[in-house]
Design a protein around this ligand. Structure first.
Ligand code: PMP
Length: 360
């Protein structure tokens, strides 16, 4: 007798469609908020030497002591706060969700937001509530406060800037949410390098606040390093759920080395911000687009007139350009596409292809 997955696997997992990573070989890849610039050659050579000498036969430092010390400095983590590291910030979201998933507990976010908040809630068996944003993608503070009072969320995730909309929410509104929250509030600052605003310095002010960062958007997506900063009493509990050695030796050594040259990453982020402005202006000048302003390394736009986002997306793909189609993912994202800011050449190729696609 054969045993089928539906006899064994949880029904909500059977019903889930997994996080889709499209095939992108040979394409101009502007779908995943990666930094398009490689590290300078000398730095890569230093990394090669580090890798050659790394004791790969041993487990990595489970506490990542050296890397954490470097991160404290680089991220301006306030004194008295602790750090937890994850295999990307996705893993940290999962650890927090698992830790909070008492029977009947709620994980809250806004919508549209980063899809992993909802997906990980399903993985962790914690109820999910998403509060819709306003049509201009600002926070609907009254709706969030009302939903919080009703559902008493154990944890609220707010991406700041938000993905996929690209905007920073009002700081005062987030502070009101943190003060009124009956549980934790995690401010996810994945796009901090492109925004110039942060809740990191508010950790000392709010006992229920956690701040999350990642090196992914800064130019180290391949390393997989997420960072959580918060009060030691929270971090100590979450640490219990972190799998031993979740951050490998290569990630520890390379991240530390690159952070010692953080001026390289900051220069690249500045170049991306300049390109964001140029690309936003050129996108807005095209006939048939509505462009939303961005504090991140990507731009959300809507195709208007007679065009459908799905068709434009396919046309772009045929022309070798991969971006993200968000149409159908949320009512507020009708006909919306999201493009990552690439190199000037990649952005140019994208804009030319988009212009051609909007004409067909
Ligand atoms: N948070 C937000 C808001 C994101 O957009 C992303 C990546 N798309 C992540 C977290 C996850 O980043 P990583 O796991 O690469 O650190």
């Amino acid at each position: 007798m054969s045993i089928s997955p539906d006899q064994v696997i949880r029904p909500e997992i059977l019903a889930l469609s997994g996080y889709h990573v499209p095939h992108a070989v040979g394409m101009v890849k502007l779908d995943a908020m990666e930094n398009p610039y490689p590290l300078p050659l000398e730095l890569r050579e230093e990394i090669a030497r580090l890798a050659a000498d790394a004791p790969l036969n041993r487990y990595p430092d489970a506490g990542a002591v050296a890397l954490k010390a470097t991160l404290r400095e680089a991220l301006s983590v306030p004194a008295g706060m602790d750090i937890m590291l994850g295999n990307g910030s996705d893993e940290i979201i999962q650890i927090i969700a698992l830790a909070c998933a008492k029977p009947g507990a709620v994980l809250m976010s806004v919508e549209p937001a980063f899809v992993m908040f909802r997906m990980i809630a399903t993985f962790a068996r914690i109820d999910y509530r998403g509060v819709p944003l306003n049509t201009d993608f600002s926070l609907d503070l009254d709706a969030v406060l009302e939903s919080m009072a009703r559902h008493q969320p154990a944890v609220i995730f707010i991406a700041y800037p938000n993905n996929p909309t690209g905007n920073l929410f009002d700081t005062g509104a987030i502070s009101r949410i943190i003060k009124a929250a009956p549980g934790l509030v995690v401010v996810d600052e994945a796009y901090h390098a492109f925004a110039g605003a942060s809740f990191m310095d508010k950790l000392t002010q709010y006992p229920n606040l956690l701040v999350m960062r990642t090196l992914s958007k800064l130019g180290l997506a391949g390393l997989r390093l997420g960072i959580l900063a918060g009060r030691p009493e929270w971090v100590a509990q979450l640490e219990k759920l972190r799998l031993p050695y979740n951050v490998g030796i290569a990630t520890q050594l390379i991240a530390e080395k690159v952070l010692q040259h953080s001026e390289v990453l900051l220069q690249q982020a500045a170049a991306i911000k300049r390109e964001r402005t140029a690309m936003g202006e050129r996108l807005a000048a095209l006939e048939g687009t509505e462009v939303f302003s961005s504090d991140a390394n990507f731009i959300l736009f809507r195709v208007t007139h007679q065009h459908e986002a799905g068709q434009v997306f396919q046309q772009l793909k045929k022309r070798g350009i991969l971006i993200k189609n968000l149409d159908g993912s949320h009512p507020l994202l009708r006909n919306c596409l999201r493009v990552t800011v690439g190199t000037p050449d990649e952005n140019n190729q994208f804009l030319m292809a988009l212009q051609a696609s909007l004409k067909t």
